[in-house]
Write a protein that binds this ligand. Sequence first.
Ligand code: ZN
Length: 507
Amino acid sequence: MKKRYIALLLAIYAVTLYFIVLTGVNNLADRLRSTDEEGADNKYTANGIYSNQLINNYDIYVDFDPIKKMYNSKQTIIYVNNTDTTLNEIYLHIYPNAFKSEATTPYIIDDYGTPYVHGFSKGDFQIYKLLVNEENTAYNIDKNNVTILHIKLKQPIKPKENIKIYMEYGGVLPRAQQRFGYGKDTYNFGNWYPIVAVYDDTGWNLDPYYKLGDPFYSDIGNYHVTIAAPKDMIIAASGNIISEKIENNKKIWKIEAMLMRDFAWTASKEFIKLEKEIDGILVKGYFIRNDQKVNTDALKAACDAIKVFNRVFGKYPYEQYSVIASNHIGGMEYPGLVFVNEKFYNNQLLERLKKVIVHETAHQWWYSAVGNNEVDEPWLDEGLTTYSEYIFFKEAYGKKYGENYFKKYIYNSYNMRKNQLNDEVIAKSLDKFKNNSEYHAVAYKKAAMFFYEIEKKYGERKMYNILRNYYMNYKFKNANTYQFLKICEEVTNDNFDHLANKWLYQK
Ligand SMILES: [Zn+2]
């Protein structure tokens, strides 16, 4: 039995290799497609994506100078028109362009908890070259929406066709403890490169870089990133680190991040790394302080969360997962990588640290694998992720612990702020929330209470089936409220109009 299985695997491997050599271009997509169809290689199962379409490819070379806080990149995007419309233009988000002025920065400047702990700090972003299919092409950036780059195409792209966009650009990190910025110990590269906007049923999604929430929406792509940095830097990144080597006094890191909807990385001289394998996934903790107990507990929380969510939702779809102690104001999720405020890595704050790690880890299912428009429907991933915290504590520490957790961190937390809310509609876009407090009370806590109500009404088994089906159907895709509710109706065999109206749309 075993021998036959190995022979079959070898045969599949040989056939795949033959096709890779034969096809050359797009060979990776073909390899993925063939493994997906054969079902031989579960780790790259692309949920049907490769059987009917190719996906965007990002090839980025970035050189980082920590002294000047500056980076320079050469980037090639192969953009595939997976819409059924011929596209005459294309739009990219250039998020780092927001950091040039106080007027456009998405970070709050004066408030308590500002990432600009030393006052406003100017970042920079410049485009040096832009070619479309090897030709110099004009582009423009809207003065009123500075993170959107518009390219009018000389040749339209028909459905299923692709184009090649080549860019050279550079930027400077602001001194800000956030997604894109630096602090005492870490240089954070979140939302740092030009990424193609999503074209969906509503057309191009060209939202600005809002101050509230995580205002992102992207398609799955494949990333091949090379990072050149001084030898003493340690890099943590989305995806798999393929190699590290010294070249001309610099360290060159090659990273592959397949089927991911974004790519983030961090550099630090201080990182201490701990690793553990769980369910075949390499979980990596990057720490700044050398506190053995706290670091071990933090890594354990990440591993436990992966284990529980693998079992309840379906398996984490990548090979590696990194939890990074970072000069970052709170927690922030990216595919395969999360930032966690390094100040939380403290024995006195252990409960908070675990809570943040569990939350950000749950985002690997809700936001990263199953994507959604976080500008139009932020509740969908934040609500599910907050509800998943409760699932984690219930599954890991028992029913009573879970119920107490729900009461303390979700139900009470919402009720404490209830009087200050003027609009309790959950299913609304980021710009409709009054402030951060309302956003957290409604899109996180109240939304989690909606999922909790489904569980109480239909039972835990059905609720878990809903989540599994949602994950299975929309892994590597983007989902919306309607699609989530449709799965609820299919699993429960009930009409959800009343429940959805009561919870999601009532003021
Ligand atoms: Zn979140």
